[in-house]
Design a protein around this ligand. Structure first.
Ligand code: SER
Length: 318
C-alpha cells in the first residue's frame, strides 16, 4: 500500500488495539507507529508513549517518522464523560485540535477522527437517524463529537485537510474491553456468560441501540480511508449502520448456547443516556459513496464472541 506511514493515537483503546493490528497487517509493522498515554506491553516495538494533550509530543513523532496518516482515537466516552463534564470537553477538544493542527502544519495527507451515535439527541426519531438529522447531543461526549464534526469540515474547507470520519455504533468485539461507554454492556454480557456469572445490565431489557461487530467496524474504517478523496461527499461524519439490538435480544441469543445464563436488570445513568440515542441508523450515504455493507448479524456475532472468549479464558486459567 505505497509509502504510507501511519500514526495511531489511542492504540490501547477498545477499537485502537484491534485497528492497530489490522493496520500493521496491511501496511507493515515498520510503517505503523502506535501510541497511547500509557505504555502497552503487547505492542513492544513501534510504540511511542504520547500524551495527545501536548502538541509538541505529537509533532515530534509526526516529523521524526514522516507520518502521512493519523488515526486519532483517544477520547473520554459517554458514560465516564458525564462524571467529569468540563475535563471531558477539555481533553476531547484539545487532543483533537492538536492533531488537526499538526496535520495541517506538517501536511499530513489523511486523518481519521471517529464520531459516534452520541451526536444525536432526544428530538431525533429513535427509529431512524438519517445523515442529516439534527445533532442535539445530550452528553458532553456527544457535544464534543458534534463539535469535532464541525471542526473537521472547517479544516477541510479552510485548509483542504482530508479528515475522514464515521459515526460508530457501539462496537462489540472479543479482543478488547470498552471503557466508560453506554454500550459497554454489549461486550461485558458475553464475558459474564463465558465465566458462568450472572450479568447485571445497566440498561432496560428492551432498549434497542445501534451496535456493530468489531470486524465490520475495522473494515469500515480501513475502507473509508482508502476511497478516493473526491468520492467523499460527507465532510462531517458518515452514519454507519449494522445491527439494532436490545439487551434482551442479546441475552436470548446467548441462552441458545448457554441455557443457564441469567441477566438481572438494574438501570443507572447509562439508561438515561441510551434513551437519548437513536435505536437505528440510516447509512445510505456510506452505502452510496463506497458500497458500505455490514456482514455480521446477531447470530454470527454471538457465536464468535462466545467461542473466542471461551478460548481466551481457557488460556488464562491454564
Ligand atoms: N460506544 C460509545 C459509548 O457508549 C458510543 O460512541 O459511549
Amino acid at each position: 500500500m505505497g509509502r504510507d506511514k501511519i500514526l495511531v493515537i489511542g492504540a490501547n483503546g477498545q477499537l485502537g488495539c484491534v485497528l492497530s493490528v489490522a493496520l500493521q497487517e496491511s501496511f507493515g509493522k515498520e510503517n505503523v507507529i502506535l501510541s497511547d498515554i500509557k505504555p502497552n506491553p503487547f505492542f513492544e516495538s513501534h510504540f511511542k508513549q504520547i500524551d495527545a494533550m501536548d502538541y509538541n509530543q505529537i509533532e515530534d513523532v509526526v516529523k521524526k517518522h514522516s507520518i502521512t496518516q493519523i488515526y486519532h482515537l483517544a477520547a473520554i466516552l459517554s458514560a465516564k464523560g458525564e462524571r467529569y463534564p468540563l475535563r471531558t470537553w477539555e481533553l476531547n477538544m484539545k487532543m483533537m485540535l492538536n492533531v488537526f493542527e499538526v496535520a495541517r502544519k506538517l501536511r499530513v495527507s489523511k486523518v481519521f477522527f471517529p464520531s459516534s451515535i452520541a451526536v444525536f439527541g432526544k428530538n431525533v426519531a429513535r427509529s431512524k437517524a438519517t445523515q442529516s438529522s439534527l445533532l442535539n447531543p445530550a452528553t458532553v461526549y456527544g457535544i464534543s463529537k458534534a463539535a469535532g464534526e464541525n471542526w473537521m469540515k472547517y479544516y477541510f474547507d479552510q485548509y483542504r485537510l482530508d479528515v475522514r470520519s464515521l459515526r460508530y455504533p457501539g462496537i462489540v468485539g472479543y479482543e478488547s474491553m470498552p471503557g466508560g461507554g453506554t454500550t459497554d454492556y454489549a461486550v461485558e454480557i458475553y464475558h459474564s456468560a463465558v465465566k458462568n456469572e450472572k450479568y447485571i445490565c445497566c440498561l432496560n431489557p428492551d432498549t434497542k441501540l445501534p451496535l456493530i461487530y468489531m470486524d465490520d467496524a475495522i473494515r469500515a474504517t480501513i475502507e473509508i480511508m482508502q476511497i478516493p478523496k473526491d468520492n467523499i461527499s460527507v465532510r462531517t461524519s458518515y452514519n454507519l449502520a449494522s445491527m439494532s439490538l436490545s439487551p434482551i435480544e442479546i441475552a436470548t441469543e446467548i441462552q441458545k448456547l448457554y441455557p443457564s445464563f441469567k441477566v438481572e436488570y438494574s438501570t443507572d445513568h447509562r439508561q438515561d443516556i441510551a434513551a437519548t440515542w437513536p435505536s437505528e441508523i440510516d447509512d445510505q450515504k456510506a452505502r452510496k459513496d463506497w458500497n458500505w455493507q455490514s456482514k455480521y448479524d446477531l447470530n454470527q456475532m454471538t457465536k464468535l464472541m462466545l467461542n473466542q472468549l471461551k478460548k481466551k479464558y481457557k488460556k488464562i486459567n491454564n
